[in-house]
Design a protein around this ligand. Structure first.
Ligand SMILES: [Zn+2]
Length: 336
């Protein structure tokens, strides 16, 4: 788990959060607003750890004391985390009133160990209206020993009544050069590779987990291969690809593959329709991408992108990887 001092970018938010660590006074409600993956949750956890730490160093957690370790392992009794659950049959994630009521109840007890309890509601914009209304009272009448942090990538979806009760901190993608430096120092990468990865993660440090990024490069190669060869390669090749994904240790490999295919399709579409390359993220594989794009009509690219989005929803209903990738293959075969 990162310390506040290790978080890349977010200097404005960090300044404000640091200032409210003891002996400063924290507010009772915070909204961490910003795009997916830029570090809202990581920052919330790092701040909670600094808040609970019994021997803080320079407005940051020490990382070794009991409370620090408990926070890290997810066992601190005064840290409550609520995330959206995926509902079967409904292709959507939400935070329902039941889980909010449970959180409110737990917040009504006194802190066990620390001075205060900290509740983090991840993706709070997924609260449904009933849940948001139920939660409002907690924000309106803070008990004094509770801090609530909401994270949201679409804060405009939250009711104005909730927004007005929270101190909003904006999280932004980290500047490219900071990301490059981070990847070089953290992964020991050469400048060129670090730059590629920084570009690929779009300034989202959450997505820049070194191991994950290495995996992303492999997944991107697979996605590119798929797009380049789906029309011509023998069926057996993609059958094998689907099998490999089905057996992958990480069940989310397929989801990442689909997301990557979608992002490459978007870039192929940009190049095809505008003839411009300025918004292409995967600039390092531009020539390959362009070549792959020539195998598809504009309409086929859009059709395939829509199919990928549909299959991504199917995955959230736990449709198995083998079936998903096979369907994707058939779809690409049909259109190209
Ligand atoms: Zn500590």
């Amino acid at each position: 788990m990162l310390k506040l001092s290790q978080i890349v970018g977010q200097s404005t938010a960090l300044k404000s959060l640091r200032a409210s660590l003891p002996p400063g006074r924290p507010g009772s409600g915070y909204l961490f607003a910003g795009p997916e993956g830029v570090g809202k949750m990581t920052t919330a956890m790092a701040w909670a750890r600094a808040m609970f730490c019994v021997s803080p160093e320079g407005q940051d957690a020490c990382g070794v004391c009991g409370p620090c370790q408990k926070t890290q392992s997810g066992n601190h009794p005064d840290l409550l985390i609520l995330k959206p659950s995926v509902k079967l049959k409904k292709v959507k994630q939400d935070i329902d009133i039941g889980s909010i009521r449970e959180l409110i109840e737990r917040l009504s007890y006194r802190p066990y160990e620390a001075q205060r309890k900290i509740a983090i509601v991840q993706d709070a914009d997924k609260m449904n209206l009933h849940a948001a209304n139920a939660f409002l009272k907690t924000l309106e009448e803070p008990s004094g020993d509770t801090i609530v942090i909401l994270t949201a990538s679409n804060p405009e979806k939250l009711p104005a009544t909730i927004l007005s009760r929270c101190r909003t901190l904006r999280f932004t993608p980290a500047p490219l050069e900071q990301m490059v430096e981070y990847l070089k120092s953290k992964m020991g990468l050469d400048d060129g590779t670090a730059r590629t990865l920084a570009v690929m993660s779009r300034g989202a440090v959450g997505a820049a987990d070194p191991e994950r990024l290495k995996g992303d490069i492999e997944i991107r190669a697979m996605a590119l291969e798929f797009l380049r060869e789906s029309a011509s390669a023998p069926v057996a090749k993609f059958y094998k690809m689907a099998r490999t994904m089905d057996r992958a240790k990480e069940r989310e490999t397929t989801d990442r593959f689909l997301a990557m295919v979608l992002s490459l399709l978007r870039e192929m579409a940009i190049m095809k329709f505008t003839g411009k390359y300025d918004n292409v993220v995967n600039i390092d594989i531009l020539a390959d991408l362009e070549k792959a794009g020539r195998g598809y009509s504009g309409r086929a690219i859009l059709g395939l992108a829509a199919a990928v989005e549909y299959l991504m929803s199917a995955r959230s209903l736990h449709v198995n990887p083998f079936l998903t990738v096979s369907l994707l293959f058939l779809e690409a075969r049909k259109d190209s």
